[in-house]
Design a binder for this molecule. Structure first.
Ligand SMILES: *Cc1c(COP(=O)(O)O)cnc(C)c1O
Length: 361
């Protein structure tokens, strides 16, 4: 068996240790004589799995007691609707548009109320984060929305926007658990776990309790109400049980690695290897402004589409998978999430150097 270095943006690389553990427990989880996939979500064994997962996540992120942790389905995209349906009491919300995911969320919110785009970086293909220190926030805004790490474009908010006292809602799908966060600065933090935390099928929503109310927009389906999931500890209906179990293992792995502070150091070191090389390469260059660079998603180009395609093809043959950029940007993108070992980035850079030597005349 040989595993490739998988630079996919998502679903993405998971810690090998976690996959091995799950494999060992596949037929008989902890003496139950069955797989986690086969057990009732109301069983004692499963209760312990979901409760331990929540507790470990709370420890890792230092989540204050007045926040609920919800394990839901529907992906990050379902939150694009759940957020306005549950939070738009005044039917006004301000969105900061830093990429396709923020734009999709914004468009969805427009279906339910007055969603306003208060800042955007679309003028330069989302290659930077706009200045959000003094935005024209609506006095009636129910919340201000950001996509904190832009998976497709490779930018990240290094400072949070000044929301002028309004609730901040953040999609952190592609930077979830990559570094410490101050949860108390947000009303809602959410992410699809398939980028940096676990298998597709689970979305984690961390939400301040006062934002969870009965007062949702007319016609909000039961399954799209935060309150129903909060009141039932994410077990109103059958949750994405196996996915939550794997997330729980990743939380344990992160704790063993030293927690989110240690993860941040590790991620900075890893990203620097790639960015330092890009900054001096005569062939490849990064596509976003330096100060807004993501630690997780690193897009780069040669400036020549044919050469980009040749690189992706040769890289694949050498064991570096999924380096093709998103269809809306072109070029390449290396997603280097928590579980990507430093060795993977070092070897990629060695390969890029070799490719550069062979292709720069
Ligand atoms: C991948 C991604 C999404 C969409 O996630 P789904 O789970 O496929 O709905 C939303 N936001 C960000 C930042 C993403 O990276």
């Amino acid at each position: 068996m040989s595993r490739v270095f998988n630079f996919s943006a998502g679903p993405a690389v998971l810690p090998e240790e976690v996959l091995k553990e799950a494999a060992a427990e596949m037929l008989d989880y902890n003496g139950t004589g069955m797989s986690v996939m086969e057990m009732s979500h109301r069983s004692k064994a499963y209760q312990e799995i979901i409760q331990t997962a929540e507790k470990d996540l709370r420890d890792l992120m230092n989540i204050p007691d007045n926040y609920k942790v919800l394990f839901l389905q529907g992906g990050a995209s379902q939150q694009f609707a759940m957020i306005p349906m549950n939070l738009m009491k005044n039917k006004v919300a301000d969105y900061i548009i830093t990429g396709q995911w923020a734009k999709k969320a914004f468009k969805e919110a427009q279906m339910y109320g007055k969603a306003r785009a208060v800042a955007s970086s679309e003028d330069k293909t989302f290659s930077y984060i706009p200045d959000c220190s003094d935005l024209d926030i609506d006095d009636d805004a129910d919340y201000v929305y950001i996509c904190e790490n832009n998976t497709i474009y490779g930018t990240k908010f290094k400072t949070l926007p000044n929301t002028k006292g309004k609730t901040l809602v953040a999609d952190v799908s592609s930077c979830f658990l990559s570094e410490p966060v101050d949860v108390s600065k947000y009303g809602v933090i959410y992410g699809g776990v398939q980028k940096n935390v676990g298998p597709a099928g689970v979305v984690i929503v961390i939400i301040r309790e006062d934002l969870i109310t009965e007062d949702t927009l007319d016609g909000t389906p039961t399954m799209l109400k935060y309150k129903i999931h909060a009141d039932n500890d994410s077990l109103y209906n059958t949750p994405p049980a196996y996915g939550i179990y794997i997330c729980g293992k990743v939380f344990k792995w992160l704790k063993k690695m030293g927690g989110l502070g240690a993860m941040k150091e590790h991620n900075e070191k890893k990203a620097a290897i790639l960015y330092d090389y890009l900054d001096q390469s005569k062939l490849f260059k990064g596509t976003v402004v330096k100060e807004d660079r993501s630690l997780m998603n690193v897009p780069f180009v040669t400036g020549d589409e044919e050469l980009d395609a040749k690189f992706v093809k040769e890289a694949k043959a050498a064991g570096f998978e999924n380096l093709k950029g998103h269809r809306s940007v072109g070029g390449m993108r290396a997603s280097i999430y928590n579980a990507m070992p430093i060795e993977g980035v070092e070897k990629l850079v060695d390969f890029m150097k070799k490719f550069e030597a062979e292709n720069v005349k």
